[in-house]
Design a protein around this ligand. Sequence first.
Ligand code: TYM
Length: 330
Amino acid sequence: MNRVFSGIQPTGSLHLGNYLGALKRFVEMQDDYECIYCIVDLHAITMPYDPAELRANTREVTAGFLASGLDPERCVIFNQSQCPMHPRLGWMLSCLTPLGWLNRMTQFKEKAGKKREQASLGLYGYPVLQAADIIGYHATHVPVGEDQKQHLELSRDIAGAFNRQFGVDFFPLPEPVITGEATRVMSLRDGTKKMSKSDESDYSRINLNDDRDTIALKFRKARTDSEPGVTYDAENRPEASNLITIYAALADTSRQAVVDDYASAQFSDFKKALTELAVEKLGPVGEEMKRLMADPGYVDGVLKDGAERARAIAMPIQDEVEEIMGFLKA
Ligand code: TYM
């Protein structure tokens, strides 16, 4: 059986990288797979945070899921803290994970930065919780952007370690699904940096809840180079290449097709076309998010129903894990 699991952290706004690298794929996969999509609030507390913001962001990311086209009738949408499997299995897996594996994780190094000694144990163990998220549902496919590749490899290693240690063939090894043209969307201000929630400049990213004027303004202001034509060269023209990538992903076509279509155009004309395309595709998503945010009762209802369905899948698997691991249920 094929089952999809993926998650997004409710830290700050969803941005175009989340949308093109993950959410668009989530939406496509809901037709062909049993899909479970999670707002990973337990991951969001690994860095300092504000409780009121966490609550608001959880609703907002849920609204973003729905506005992007996820259908709660066809997939499970819930927030992680509402299914007790995640921290339970996370703990158990953490006892099987060698420190050496975690020491290789580049995301921890980036996030902890120079303040390694102050970083929380939770931030360090984050990838083990992520492994629990996935394998605790026996998920087989995990759509993510490129930055999650290393965490996915670790999830496979942890699943394998469990199977070996207990002599079982219990956890399937999950496959990362890193596909499409925009698996790594870059900042609009610096084509060598990933588009991210944590960049201080709001002009570096398109937020999914930006209105049409803001989207247009940000694309108009997006950094480019002085070459006149539309050519893809990630090394020497990182900003221009990023905009070509974004166009291709928004138009559901390939970079090559975009370059061919604009072969005789000036870059400024291409940028205008991109701005129009982005406003046309993303404007309605932001508007739907606003509409949903005005109806928190509906959003909460989706999460409540999703959490029930998530628990119904995960808790029997967790029971089996505990049986395999030798926990006595007297
Ligand atoms: P997060 O919340 O940082 O990002 C959510 C998803 O968006 C993708 N993404 C991008 N894709 C392309 N270009 C970008 N600039 C860009 N920025 C972000 C991410 O790759 C991700 O797919 N650890 C995860 C959350 C998580 C998870 C999981 C994912 C927790 N448990 C289990 C999959 C399965 C994270 O921090 O994603």
